[in-house]
Design a protein around this ligand. Structure first.
Ligand code: UD1
Length: 336
């Protein structure tokens, strides 16, 4: 049995599907602070079987310990956490509490239950401003906001833990920019508030929920002047977790990028989305967003060599699947 924290969320629900499809059993834990339990029903519709759901907060060590014991958990995939950069600057203590303290409680519960296999959801945001590209795992780590620092601190804590007890098997996965949705259109990204990230905004503009995309800067040193990111299909990202779990049959600690290795600009995304949706995607050029870098993309070689994993889905597929979910769920899960 695999424990999946943050299992009702955007990435968590896609990982749940990949695990169930691989024949594994899943207990999902979520405090539903930024997710909707409707996703759990959708997982059942896709896979024909359910995840077990426990409504709990990872900071509740006793609750997590009981769940680990009750379900004979052998490994944990840990995604639960807060993830909005701007909010993290306004509420750093809330971020450190949820993300860092939450992980420490989770790991304490795991230690008590003798469950020592962990896949952790980190972020390419730990690299900060790229000193060179593509970003490989040896690139210096220097996050520039509290959200990024929570991920960095957790990485360091996990390394110390592994150093102290080599029975731990830990995979730290640094995600680039997850987008898209399951091909069924049943699960996808459903931001509760105004979205911060590009794809949900573009999708909401295409469907008419918001008037236009604000392009944050077109004077970067890139071919079209807009920012370049390594967008990765969420189903590819999810399958990377399964590959990491397989790799953890051997002891060790690994830190691996999950990205495609190629970058797309904001204008590429808007154009591709327009094509796949057949809808207009109006935009205006606006000031640069504070804290944004011009270009960021992964060197995914280590994931290929170590995990035997590569991403396979194109930007067109990402936009098409994102659009499919948006069309089927114009108001996200709330209309469900
Ligand atoms: C952001 C976070 C990052 C986090 C990631 C999670 C910031 C500074 N960084 O990354 O820490 O790990 O989300 O997915 O918030 N853009 C627009 N208009 C918009 C929204 C975005 O032009 O309305 C542009 C941005 O300037 C950027 C690109 O689109 O060039 C991607 O932005 P976004 O989706 O927010 O991702 P990141 O900034 O890469």
């Amino acid at each position: 049995m695999i424990l999946l924290t943050g299992g009702a969320g955007y990435i968590g629900s896609h990982i749940a599907v990949v695990l169930l499809d691989a024949g594994l059993d899943v207990v999902a834990v979520d405090n539903l602070s930024n997710s909707n339990s409707a996703s759990l029903e959708r997982i059942r519709a896709i896979c024909g079987r359910s995840v077990i759901f426990r409504h709990a907060d990872i900071r509740n060590e006793e609750a997590i310990y009981q769940i680990l014991r009750a379900h004979d958990v052998t490994a944990v995939i840990h995604l639960a956490g807060l993830k909005a950069v701007g909010e993290s600057t306004a509420q750093p203590i809330t971020y450190y509490d949820n993300n860092v303290v939450g992980t420490m409680r989770l790991v304490s519960a795991m230690t008590r239950a003798s469950v020592k296999t962990l896949v952790f959801s980190s972020s390419a945001t730990v690299y900060g401003t790229p000193a060179y590209l593509p970003l490989d795992e040896k690139h210096p780590v220097a996050p520039i906001n509290p959200y990024g620092r929570t991920k960095y601190f957790i990485e360091e804590i996990l390394k110390d833990l592994h150093e102290s007890d080599k029975d731990w098997r830990i995979a730290i996965l640094r995600y680039f920019n997850p987008v898209g949705a399951h091909e069924s259109g049943l699960i996808g990204e459903d931001p509760l508030d105004v979205p911060n990230n590009l794809l949900p905004i573009v999708a909401q503009v295409a469907i008419g929920r918001r008037p236009k995309v604000h392009v944050w800067g077109n004077d970067y040193d890139t071919p079209d002047g807009t920012g370049i990111r390594d967008f990765i299909h969420v189903v590819d990202l999810a399958s990377g977790h399964l590959s990491a779990l397989s790799q953890l049959r051997q002891p060790g600690l690994l830190t691996v990028n999950l990205g495609t290795g190629s970058g797309s600009s904001v204008m590429d995304v808007i154009q591709t989305f327009k094509e796949v949706s057949g809808r207009p995607v109006p935009y205006v050029i606006d000031q640069r967003r504070v804290g944004d870098v011009a270009t960021c993309y992964a060197d995914p070689t280590l994931a290929k060599n170590l995990l035997g994993w590569t991403s396979t889905r194109s930007l067109t597929q990402m936009c098409a699947d994102h659009w499919h979910f948006q069309m089927k769920n114009p108001n996200g899960y709330r209309g469900a």
